[in-house]
Unconditional design. Sequence first.
Lengths: 228, 472
Amino acid sequence: MNELLTTLIQEVRVWPGHRHHRARIPAEATGYRELDEPLGGGWPRGALTECLLDGVGMGELQLVLPAMRRLSRRGKRVFWINPPHIPYAPALDQEDVDLNQVLVIRTNNRGDTLWTLENCLRAPVTGLVLAWPGGLASREIRRLQLAAEAGRSVCILFRDRRQASQNSPAALRLQLTPDGYLGLNIQVLKRRGGRPGQSCTLNTARRAGLAQTEASGVVQGPWTVPRE
Amino acid sequence: MLWLYLHFPHMLLDHLRRHRQSSRPLAILSGQDPRVAQACPEARALGITAGMRLKTALALAPNLDVIQTQPGQDTQVLEAQARWLYRCAAHIALRPPDGLLAEVASLQRLYGGLPGVWQTVAQALETHQLTASMALGHTPEAARLLARADQGECTADTARIRHRVTGLPLSQAGFDRTTTERLQRLGLTRLGEVLALPPAELARRLSPDALSHLQKIQGTRPDPVQPWHPPHVFRQEVDFLQDIEQSQGLLFPLQRVLSELEEELRWRQQDTDSLHLSLRHRQGDDSRIHLRTAGPEHRAEAFLNLARLHLERHPLSAPVTGLRVCVRRFLARDASRGQDLFGKHSHPEEAWHTLASRLQARLGASALQRLVPRADHRPERAWAAAGALGEPHQQRPVPVLPGHRPLWLLASPYPLGEAPAAWLSGPERIRSGWWDGQPVQRDYYVVQLADGPLAWVFRDLRNDWFIHGWFG
């Protein structure tokens, strides 16, 4: 039995799991130490990231803001493709993002969106691409993944949480859910070269300029409640 | 002075044949009652000659392609030839309808002697696939006559040229028909015999025009030459023999024109950033396409890519009979900003311009926006969209806003339908705009809605509640 094992190991017929080194994907630090750990260093560069979430306003931009600030200050372009609302310039300015590097692109149909994404991803000037592409077929994500590999930029697709069950070739898939008071829970659904299932919770109170501590009911007033 | 004359016996034909892929015989017609004006070698081999009626020509060659000339077309084509000749010679003049004149005595040192000049021009003719007969003469008229008679040779020897000129038969001496007949009745057959007659006698017998023509040949009467300079626009037209119905088919002739543009721009050491392309249809207005590049550009390939993108997006509305490329805006060329000598790593700014041009060509210029903050207290007016390629806005100290602003702003405020779960901060009263007729008085709060998201809501004067932004 022992002899058999030795032969197998010597001929490298089996994969020795304990020697498995973690594949290092080049990554761009997220700016949150507690998030870098489950992501294996940060946002993967030259690969797709999917963020699956319901709606807006739960701190999803707060996640990418430190990377956006750093990349734009480094002279890299930041593309927002088909954002659901208007990226608000005074707020970005407040957050010290270089607005000269920020570009908003709106497209009319899905073909244009994919084409734009692909072109932006392949361009050497691109630092970060944020896209709200809507429904995508697995084949199309694969194509985008290849384009992302050609460039070295960070690409984050914001998609609906219903697509979590869909099979996707993206290198990193995160599920974002609001968590209690101003918290954002991030669950790693898939990570290339790492284990899925990890999760962490970030406090994103600073997005509204609030204190980080639990202090619900900071403001109370005799205001008329919105009419139904 | 030494003049070089280029005579193009069938310039229009050469011009049309350049943009043609098929090898069917071709004839050019002119006049109301169409007659063959020029015929290509394939057509001539079938027996078609100049002056033949269209019916006869079609009977001889049923698959003959025919083209009716348009007035003014030959002048345009001649100018196109002058444009490339201007690169070889400084002092040139047009001799419509089919000749170009260049002063070459001053060029001999540049090209290392007369044979150098001759060869340079001959090579250029070959590159442009033109048939022309060249001749040298000491007067413009002498050079012209020799070229038209195809008697030119590469020599500056006065006696030799004079021998050639005097040897010309009267029919090729450029007189009108009555003068030629009158001289022939006198028993003269060659130009030399006319030139040998005393001028006083000639003046008595010939019309003043004929006499001045003779004197111009000899150089005893001034023959001022109006120098031609290329206009400061690039305009190139292509006429198709057959209508083109698919945009793919346009790319081949377009590529040719664009490479000429590239050559022109390289020669001028200039760039351009806007190019007008118009497609001519048999009926209706031309389709006009305005191609803009994001930065200065001169490469044909870049323009062709933009044109291809545009044509892919906008199918042809009707078959195209011709196209015209026009460039009016020229920019001085900057030194290449490539980081290394071999251009492997292009400058980021250039890469950005390429990307922006591509995106704008497909999506339209308004699809790309930059965001600019503005000094206004009204939230919807505190930002503006700017074109993607404008000047970068000046960095100024971030104004200290009394409250925190959300990263998402709604295009128009959305009525708040539910009572918020928590009121987090507020109120921040914004009251502004009384001076320009769009007054605003709102109290802004940061609230958390029941299912988690943070919203920026306000109450207006009528006590209505709206969501104006999301803290993303």
